[in-house]
Design a protein around this ligand. Structure first.
Ligand SMILES: *[C@@H]1O[C@H](CO)[C@@H](O)[C@H](O)[C@H]1NC(C)=O
Ligand SMILES: *[C@@H]1O[C@H](CO)[C@@H](O)[C@H](O)[C@H]1NC(C)=O
Ligand SMILES: *[C@@H]1O[C@H](CO)[C@@H](O)[C@H](O)[C@H]1NC(C)=O
Ligand SMILES: *[C@@H]1O[C@H](CO)[C@@H](O)[C@H](O)[C@H]1NC(C)=O
Length: 574
């Protein structure tokens, strides 16, 4: 099969999930329209197939500089970096997938097994593989890539490249703005609040609190209501004149009290500069002294570009949080368990399907069932949005009742239309965020979604575990492989050898067997094999959400999704 066909198939695969109903179609149109109006301020337009898409030159400039710094020392990016931020070289540089793979791995370390990236003597086919690897890995970390195909990246479509890059960069910037990963964030607790209240906040909300916390300490005005500001981006009114930024930098700059950090005193000399742009430049020169002149130009500060100012603040937070974990107070740290691997995978899966709002906290963000209802649509269960669903903004009084009604409807749909097994699960449990019961529903949604993809490929034939196991066994034996599986609980899966063999059966010659450990395997060997297997699966075009540890530990649910995705990929080969 030529590489052109493969590209088309990848695109169909990505779009396939969406083509089932008129609702979905109009939804997709809405998204496409939205992409067309992305640009803010100075814009450029590119026409492709008669469609005009504008993109933001500010974003291009900011992301190029960020990439240039982030990947500066990576020998595999020498062919592409440094890029000129004032040119379109970014869009060309994305075309072979290498830089993209590296950025994904920077945002979520260990997502991509280095060994699976094609780096030398690239051909259209091996480039295609890199782009598959990048796109499927981006999905796996929760990027919404439904409208982006490998061909778009290959051609360097600016609005799509920038859209994807922003998602990847943001995931990296936000990774540590999360209480369970950074307990010092509890310093942001306000009177009368519990840790639980704080844990419900989105990373954007936490960032704004953080900025306000430091501004308050500086005796500078803070924003008390951010509900409206957060919509336009946290930084508009707060930072546009750079004065709040000056104070923020001054608060967070290292004071020389920690051994490994020399003292840096922020100069406030530019604070009283009359001209907005010059003041912004002065402020950024101070940020530069902290190694934080990133994402914004003086013009972006003055214009209040929401995306880029958010990134600037997030980067400041990551470099200099300057918070002290509160001690000896009445705080129940036991709550801070952090999310499980399974919870994260479910969340990434949902976000990759583009649910709105973005799911930051699995239970809290599903408590009004709106995301669950969107997921029903993805598995072809029609939702009566007009008559059965309460949509935000919810009324001040009776908010929870409205959410509970949605939850009840979600359970009802599951029991009646979707025919899920939901014994003992009520709307109240979703609304309360009961982990066990919410996970039970979410897993059935993900499982059905995975099977639907298979059924669509198999002309509507029903798919189930047995059919997948049989297909795996048959495909392995037809390719002359000696591995086989008895079920998704088969201990042999812990070696990842059946997965690796299956990948090689689907795409003969794709596996470098010299990289695969065999014989009696240590825990480390198993993990190496699993990392290789997961990245290889993504590289040949399977949208695998599971993680290497799921294979090593033989987690039956996630194992099922791996084999189902590979079966889907294998059926497209026919
Ligand atoms: C991905 O990240 C891990 C951990 O940071 C690193 O060991 C590995 O070399 C990286 N791989 C790529 C492809 O950048
Ligand atoms: C928030 O503050 C802005 C002005 O700073 C005001 O117009 C708006 O009504 C306030 N919103 C809320 C919800 O209090
Ligand atoms: C969640 O629901 C299960 C089953 O009803 C129950 O056993 C468990 O205690 C609940 N968990 C919480 C935290 O309420
Ligand atoms: C797959 O192969 C295993 C091992 O030979 C066998 O036990 C099992 O019955 C087979 N399963 C299916 C569904 O073919």
């Amino acid at each position: 099969m030529g590489s052109k066909n493969k590209i088309i198939i990848t695109n169909l695969y990505i779009l396939g999930h969406f083509s089932y109903s008129d609702i979905a179609k109009s939804f997709r149109k809405a998204i496409n329209r939205k992409e067309g109006i992305l640009a803010i301020g100075g814009t450029s337009t590119q026409s492709s197939e008669g469609t005009q898409h504008s993109f933001s030159e500010e974003e291009r400039y900011a992301f190029v500089n960020w990439l240039n710094t982030a990947l500066e020392n990576d020998p595999d990016c020498k062919h592409a970096l440094p890029m000129d931020p004032n040119s379109d070289s970014l869009f060309k540089a994305m075309g072979d997938g290498i830089v993209l793979c590296k950025m994904i791995n920077l945002s979520v370390p260990d997502t991509i097994d280095e060994r699976t990236i094609n780096k030398k003597k690239l051909t259209p086919f091996t480039i295609q593989e890199n782009l598959n690897l990048a796109l499927n890995s981006a999905s796996a970390i929760g990027c919404h890539v439904v409208n982006i195909g490998a061909l778009d990246l290959r051609e360097g479509k600016p609005h799509l490249v920038l859209g994807l890059l922003w998602q990847i960069i943001k995931i990296g910037l936000f990774a540590d703005i999360e209480l369970s990963r950074n307990e010092a964030l509890a310093a942001l607790l306000r009177d009368g609040e519990t840790l639980e209240d704080l844990m419900k906040l989105s990373p954007e909300e936490l960032l704004l609190r953080w900025a306000n916390f430091h501004l308050e300490n500086a005796g500078w005005q803070k924003i008390n209501n951010f509900s409206s500001d957060i919509k336009v981006g946290i930084c508009r009114s707060l930072f546009q004149d750079s004065r709040a930024y000056f104070h923020l930098l001054n608060q967070i700059s290292p004071k020389g009290t920690e051994e490994d950090q020399p003292r840096i005193d922020i100069s406030m000399a530019g604070f009283s500069e009359k001209d907005d742009l010059k003041r912004a430049e002065n402020m950024l020169q101070q940020a530069d002294r902290l190694g934080c002149r990133q994402f914004v130009t003086p013009a972006d500060v003055v214009a209040g570009n929401p995306k880029l100012n958010l990134a600037f603040v997030a980067n400041l937070f990551n470099k200099y949080p300057s918070l002290t974990k509160p001690e000896g107070e009445d705080i129940d740290w036991g709550l801070l368990e952090g999310e499980t691997r399974e919870e994260r995978t479910f969340r990434n899966w949902m976000n990759s399907l583009g649910v709105n709002p973005h799911v930051n906290h699995l239970y809290g963000d599903l408590a009004d069932a709106l995301v669950i209802l969107q997921l029903y649509e993805k598995i072809k269960v029609p939702v009566d949005w007009t008559n059965k669903v309460n949509k935000p903004p919810y009324p001040k009084i009776g908010t929870n009742m409205k959410k509970l009604e949605n939850c009840n409807y979600a359970v009802e749909l599951g029991k009646t239309t979707a025919k899920f097994s939901l014994v003992g699960i009520g709307g109240q449990d979703l609304n309360d965020g009961n982990a066990t019961l919410t996970l039970a529903l979410v897993w059935q949604l993900m499982r059905r979604y995975t099977l639907n993809v298979l059924e669509d490929l198999g002309d509507g034939q029903k798919a189930n575990d047995d059919i997948i196991v049989k297909w795996v066994n048959t495909t392995l034996s037809e390719a002359g492989k000696t591995t086989k599986i008895s079920s998704f609980k088969d201990k042999e899966i812990s070696t990842s050898l059946p997965v690796v063999d299956l990948i090689d059966a689907i795409q003969p010659g794709s596996i470098s067997y010299d990289l695969v450990k065999t014989g009696s395997l240590s825990a480390e060997d198993k993990l190496e094999n699993a990392k290789y297997a997961v990245s290889m699966a993504r590289k040949i075009g399977a949208r695998v959400y599971a993680l290497p540890d799921d294979l090593v530990e033989v987690k039956p649910k996630m194992v099922m999704t791996v084999f189902a995705c590979l079966m889907g990929r294998g059926m497209k080969r026919a």
